[in-house]
Design a binder for this molecule. Structure first.
Ligand code: SMO
Length: 788
């Protein structure tokens, strides 16, 4: 029973499933503290206005009211939220908590605290705002128009800085000159809402006696929230504790500290009482940062034989009213990953950040890579059409071959491992099936697309090179307790992805103990190792998991050495075996020698704790290991997706009838979790392909404020044939060989669906450059092409 991989690779049901299904989850709205007061916000009804007055007299005189903080009060109590990732030339590097000018509809201008949530909302509505209107700047085009109103007062314009990655301009020019065909298109990737099942929320408790602020928040990143709270509230790090309870989805929307979250904490400090806020769905649609939002001009140059010569793009990024810590980040990643899995003589992209008077944008699952894949794969299809080459053939001709890895792209990314061609061919083969008989008004086709995914977002040196003020390393603390049970602490957190189960599997595997002896504790800055990025960027499993592999190996060796000493033999002569046992612990683990001597795992731990080691040497026996892991470089997962679509020529409705995905995510720790992650990502990506768009009107007022106007995929929208396969090339950079897979599923669906629609209806292919492919948009294209 000592064979390797008893736990890694097993489809163990995720631990949180049973707990959540039975109603034992503890989400923000489930948390109560004695004497909790409730917060509501005074939000700007207008996208752009100066706040001349904030009159809370009526609210303050109401007996239900505990506190009101308006812009002036907040200015006294808070500093702005710092920005960690800036564009060169960006005029601002903070977001105010105290705003005297509203720059987007829904921006929080003040907070009201009362004894019930309803009272807080009533009193917030009773605050009288005196607003002097300023002209709205709803779109990128409006922002860049001549004499456009300024979003940032005193700035030179609405450009929020600019950066360029990739080949020198001369290389692009010479590649273009050699091209037989140059395809150039403008792409529009609209803003989208993350729509997590659980909106945001904060419960802040301040103890005036100890000066300790304890914040429970539906966040993706407790440590960076603590850092930002310290900066905003002027508090010491040792007096601020941030805890993430169960988090019901985040997808990038809970990465950063928001002004309204900071206001809840400021109110708790002011009152010396617990203050809670649970975001409403409407607030989430208007006040939570959005994803994507880009207009990109891009071109692909190819030879007559279909060899790629150049990718070249200019990304205009709609950052919204402020450049958040992750505002330009996704768009920079679009520029960095445009080349994808292909050979090309030159590749370059410029990113220009643009301020508009809409809610800021930031991270969203797929982080700029979905945008890059859509642009690249559509360009390739358009080039294939112009050259008269089969689309799959054109891709296969240009894919980077496995023997060329490691391969460094023009933007300096070094792809480590995988077989891009094998994965693409497999996806194409899976999708092959005879078409059903369709009525004459239906056109049907399949497309196959490919992408490389940045995972294991680190090392710290790389983040520094990109000007990101965050570290990339991840730490774990692994402890064998006195009774032999195991506790893992990590700074990454669970957001529903199952990381607590995967980490338990890695620890159990490395130590050689039963899985249920391992407990994983996450999400508390008081006990977790430091983590800047935590559960973002497909990195939790690779980095915390990699650290855990190292820690478990060290502790396993130490336990073995101890056991051997107790048995008066050498470590190479003892063998750890897990056996069935009677009693509550259904399994037992013991070290055995060939001649029948044995000592249980529990006893080794117990005697180790009793100080046995001290009698042998001056070092105490330490059954705890802390490992900080900063990998040598990025690890790249990759995948290919095939979509079969049916296009109704009458209605313009696109139905995804089949979907096949092949991913190389390295060594899979838990195939069930891997499947769930990728399937969930695919469905989320299909929503962005077909229905999702966070719209606003000409006054920059949000038009999508609920699930009535903003349609996410429901169960009946998931293709009946949704097939996921894995090719597992272990990562050489990550102990354990893991690669990321949290975002992979989301990256390719818009590209796959749009390319399949282009194949089904080539007459409208050139128009398929904007998402989502809603029936009105497709119908308009069909009509313009004279098809309906
Ligand atoms: S978009 Mo993510 O939370 O890296």
């Amino acid at each position: 029973m000592t064979g390797s991989h008893r736990h890694i690779g097993r489809p163990v049901p995720p631990r949180h499933h049973d707990r959540l299904v039975r109603g034992h989850g503890r989400f923000l709205a489930d948390l109560r503290a004695a004497g909790t007061l409730h917060a509501a916000f005074v939000r700007s009804p207008s996208a752009h206005a100066r706040v001349l007055g904030f009159d809370a007299t009526a609210a303050r005189h109401d007996p239900r009211c505990a506190l009101v903080l308006g812009p002036d009060d907040l200015a006294e109590r808070t500093a702005p939220i710092p920005t960690a990732w800036r564009l060169p030339g960006q005029p601002e590097d903070t977001i105010p908590v105290a705003a005297h000018t509203a720059r987007y509809a829904g921006q929080p201008l003040g907070i009201v605290v009362a004894d019930t949530p309803t009272a807080a909302e009533d009193l917030a509505e009773a605050v009288r705002l005196d607003l002097a209107p300023l002209p709205p700047v709803p779109t990128i085009a409006d922002a860049l128009a001549e004499h456009a109103p300024l979003v940032v007062p005193g700035a030179a314009g609405n450009e929020a800085g600019r950066v360029r990655f990739g080949s020198p301009a001369a290389d692009i020019t010479s590649a273009l000159a050699r091209a037989a065909v140059v395809v150039e298109r403008e792409f529009t990737l609209p803003r989208v809402n993350h729509a997590p099942l659980e909106p945001r929320g904060v419960l802040a408790e301040y103890d005036p006696g100890t000066g300790l602020l304890t914040v429970r928040a539906s966040t993706q990143s407790p440590h960076s929230m603590r850092q930002d709270l310290c900066a905003v509230l002027g508090l010491r790090a040792d007096r601020v504790r941030v805890i993430a309870p169960d988090v019901g989805g985040s997808f990038g929307s809970k990465v950063l500290l928001y002004p309204d979250e900071a206001m809840v904490c400021a109110a708790a400090v002011a009152l010396g009482a617990p203050v809670r806020w649970v975001e409403s769905r409407a607030e989430n649609f208007t006040g939570a940062y959005q994803g994507r939002g880009q207009r990109t001009t891009a071109r692909l140059a190819v030879t007559g034989e279909g060899r790629f010569l150049a990718f070249d793009a200019h990304v205009l990024a709609d950052l919204g009213a402020y450049a958040t810590q992750a505002g330009s980040g996704p768009h920079q990643v679009t520029a960095l990953t445009l080349q994808g899995p292909y050979h090309v003589d030159a590749a370059a992209a410029t990113v220009t950040g643009v301020y508009t008077t809409r809610v800021p944008t930031g991270a969203y699952r797929g982080y700029g890579m979905q945008e890059a894949a859509f642009i690249r794969e559509r360009l390739i299809d358009e080039a294939a059409r112009e050259l008269g080459l089969p689309r799959l053939e054109l891709r296969l001709r240009n894919l980077i071959r496995p023997e060329e890895l490691p391969y460094t792209t023009h933007t300096g990314l070094t792809y480590d491992s995988g077989d891009y061609g094998a994965v693409l061919r497999r996806a194409a083969a899976l999708a092959e099936r005879p078409p059903p008989p369709d009525p004459p008004w239906v056109r049907r086709a399949t497309a196959v697309v490919a992408a490389v995914e940045i995972s294991a977002f680190a090392p710290s040196a790389l983040l520094e090179a990109f000007g990101i003020a965050w570290s990339g390393w991840e730490g774990v603390r692994l402890r064998i307790n006195h009774d032999g049970t195991v506790t893992v602490h990590s700074g990454v957190i669970a957001v529903g992805q199952g990381i607590e189960t995967s980490l338990a599997q890695i620890a159990a595997e490395g130590l050689g103990v039963p899985l249920d002896w391992v407990r994983v504790e996450l999400g508390d800055t008081d006990t977790a190792p430091h983590s800047d990025l935590s559960a973002q960027a497909s990195r939790a499993l690779t980095l915390a998991g990699g650290a855990l592999v190292i820690a478990a190996r060290r502790l396993a060796d130490r336990m073995r050495a101890l056991a051997a000493a107790f048995l008066s033999t050498g470590p190479e002569r003892v063998d750890l075996r897990v056996t069935a046992a009677a009693g509550p612990a259904s399994q037992d683990a013991a070290f055995h020698t060939a001649d029948g001597a044995r000592i249980t795992w529990h006893e080794v731990a117990h005697r180790g704790y009793r100080g046995w080691g001290r009698r042998q040497s001056t070092d105490p026996v330490r059954l705890e290991e802390s490992v900080d892991f900063d990998p040598p470089g990025l690890t790249f997962a990759h995948g290919a997706h095939a979509a079969e679509v049916a296009v109704d020529l009458g209605t313009g409705r696109v139905t995804v009838e089949g979907y096949w995905a092949v991913h190389d995510s390295g060594v899979l720790v838990n195939p069930l979790i891997a499947h769930g992650q990728i399937a969930g990502g695919i469905v989320q990506g299909l929503g962005q392909a077909l229905t999702e768009e966070a719209r606003a009107d000409a006054a920059a007022d949000p038009l999508t404020r609920s699930f009535r106007e903003y349609t996410v995929p429901a169960a009946q929208d998931v293709p009946e044939d949704l097939v996921i396969e894995h090719a597992c090339t272990p990562s050489a950079a990550i102990p354990g060989g893991f690669k990321g897979l949290g975002e992979g599923g989301t990256i390719l669906p818009p590209a796959a669906v749009a390319c399949a629609v282009a194949a089904a209806v080539p007459e409208i292919a050139h128009t398929l450059t904007s998402l989502p492919l809603t029936p009105p948009r497709v119908r308009a294209a069909l009509r313009a092409a004279g098809i309906t």
